[in-house]
Design a protein around this ligand. Structure first.
Ligand SMILES: [Zn+2]
Length: 231
């Protein structure tokens, strides 16, 4: 994906502090993934079996010949992929365990991990959203292993998502883990439901941002954005 300049005043950045105004198609009801309470009463093997049956029915309705060698395994493949891979982040038992370290060096400047590649899926069309997440925080006495920031991003990406919710869920997980409000998350992503269908726009990307604590200060926020724009 071509990396574009992200600036504080960019209209591409949809600030989530005031994300109430909405867009017809991509409608978000809550920053929690709307899951039923009994979502994990059924075990994974049963889910795979049932999804496979239903996906086979979809293919059948589309008129595809399930006896064809190339298609025969597709329902099982899709079901396994849904449950064990691309939607595995729905299940709280897959949440990464977070280890923190003492901030030995008393580093009190902002810490930024940028260009975290992620793959998610739009919950309105079940087609991919992919892009880069940039995460920053100030230590409140503890620091987090950098690979763990990556894992937090991947965990929340592996759900049917909307980009705004993904942004806030990552920010909230960072705040919880690090016991601080001083967290920033910016996501720049391509939505295949926009580029491969619908309006067929292949060049636009969508920016979302969440800034809290020290990052609500304009200078700090700018420093973070300078950091992520600096190749
Ligand atoms: Zn969509």
């Amino acid at each position: 994906m071509k990396q574009k300049e992200i600036s504080l005043n960019s209209p591409r950045i949809r600030s989530l502090q005031n994300a109430s105004e909405d867009k017809e198609e991509h409608f978000i009801t809550s920053y929690n993934t709307p899951l039923r309470e009994d979502a994990f009463e059924m075990d994974d093997a049963t889910k795979v079996k049932k999804i496979s049956e239903h996906f086979e029915a979809i293919m059948d309705i589309l008129g595809l010949d399930l006896n064809d060698d190339s298609l025969r395994g597709t329902p099982d493949r899709v079901a396994n992929m849904y449950v064990k891979e691309i939607f595995s982040g729905l299940n709280p038992s897959n949440k990464p365990s977070i280890t923190l370290f003492d901030n030995k060096y008393k580093y009190d400047e902002m810490l930024v991990e940028k260009e975290i590649t992620f793959y998610s899926n739009c919950e309105h069309h079940f087609v991919p959203i992919f892009g880069k997440a940039h995460v920053g925080y100030f230590s409140n006495g503890k620091v987090i292993g950098l690979s763990k920031i990556n894992r937090i991003v991947q965990y929340y990406a592996k759900r049917p998502q909307v980009q705004e919710r993904l942004t806030v869920q990552i920010a909230n997980a960072m705040k919880d883990a690090l016991k601080t409000q001083d967290v920033a998350v910016v996501i720049d992503a391509t939505h295949l439901c926009v580029s491969s269908r619908g309006v067929g726009d292949t060049s636009s990307t969508t920016g979302t941002a969440h800034f809290s604590g020290k990052f609500t200060k304009r200078r700090t926020r700018q420093e973070f954005l300078d950091f992520i724009n600096n190749k």
